[in-house]
Ligand binder design. Structure first.
Ligand SMILES: [Zn+2]
Length: 329
């Protein structure tokens, strides 16, 4: 499967550092951010409108089902395994030279070396089918139970003032989803539809999970296009505006999963992340700060990367902002 190259993501290392710097500075993001697309049950389904068209899908080398290191003291909710973006992906050339998971041949949850695989990223809005309920407002008795339209699902988000504090008011946004799936079984199906329509943004798709585990395929059924909702329309502008308002940048989301902080937090037992986001080499002064080696692997302090030296130009933030958002027309 030859996914198209994604030249925008070749700036991913900068995006990673930017994301890291921002989370260090603010101690968090504007809101909890978008959920990940996920259908857990066989035959479960949902409806999405892709915001990222075929040519802008980001693809990276990814490690899946990687066991996490021990939870930090006092943390009760802690994942057993996490996915990460491989730091040896070409996007990070010149930014990172190590990958804790590759370098130490860390094993995944299934006892196999967690080698990296290509995974694809896109943004979407979650939608839902509207069926007539027999009332006149929804088409009367004749339309009872029949699909009469598609609408956005809604995320209710705290409105923040200029200082980032909640005002008490709520803001409604279309529910954004981050999709992170392989080509095979998911994006390849969308690619086929792109081959038919020339875009995957001009209509909604009903997506149904078919199977479980590695056998999973996602059946994707196109729904009739809605002329007023496609790139270039005012309704589409509202989508892109809501992405901007919520400061959702796909590059930054992907980059964050390759960042020093992410690897230090979840995988590398030789490093710890302080409350303010500072990364500390826990082998340097005190060897035992509760960090437990995963599978006996220790990442022996290989000339650790200088944290804080981002070398980012000041307008990088603006450039990153402009990425990951579908072109208006
Ligand atoms: Zn790796």
């Amino acid at each position: 499967m030859t996914a198209n190259t994604s030249p925008t993501f070749r700036k991913g290392g900068s995006a990673a550092e930017e994301a890291e710097k921002e989370s260090n500075a603010n101690g968090g993001r504007r809101d909890r951010g978008p959920d990940y697309f996920s259908l857990k049950e066989d035959q479960s389904s949902t409806v999405i409108r892709l915001l990222t068209d075929h040519d802008d899908w980001i693809y990276v080398e990814q490690h899946s089902f990687v066991p996490t290191k021990a939870a930090p003291k006092g943390v009760e909710k802690w994942p057993k395994a996490m996915t990460s973006v491989c730091r040896k992906d070409p996007a990070f050339e010149g930014h990172f030279s190590d990958c804790y998971i590759c370098d130490n041949k860390i094993k995944n949850n299934f006892g196999k070396v967690a080698s990296s695989r290509i995974r694809v990223w896109a943004l979407a809005v979650e939608r839902e089918l509207v069926r007539g309920d027999g009332t006149e407002a929804l088409g009367g008795p004749a339309k009872k139970g029949v699909v009469i339209g598609v609408r956005d699902r809604i995320d209710e988000v705290d409105e923040l003032n200029a200082d980032g504090k909640p005002t008490g008011a709520k803001v409604n946004y279309p529910r954004l989803l981050v999709i992170n799936q392989p080509m095979k079984g998911f994006f390849a199906n969308l690619k086929a539809l792109h081959g038919l329509y020339g875009t995957v943004c001009d209509r909604d798709f009903a997506i149904t999970r078919d199977g479980l585990g590695t056998d999973t395929n996602y059946k994707i059924v196109p729904i009739d296009p809605i002329p007023d909702l496609k790139p270039g329309t005012p309704a589409w502008e509202l989508y892109t505006q809501s992405v901007t308002d919520r400061e959702v940048v796909l590059e930054a989301i992907v980059g964050e999963k390759a960042s020093d902080e992410y690897y230090a937090r979840f995988f590398d037992p030789t490093k710890t992340v302080e409350k303010d986001g500072t990364i500390v080499d826990s082998t340097a002064a005190t060897t035992a700060t509760g960090a437990v080696a995963v599978g006996g692997m220790m990442n022996l302090a290989s000339a650790s990367s200088p944290s804080g030296d981002t070398g980012l130009s000041s307008d990088m933030r603006g450039k990153i902002q402009a990425l990951g958002v579908p072109a208006g027309s």
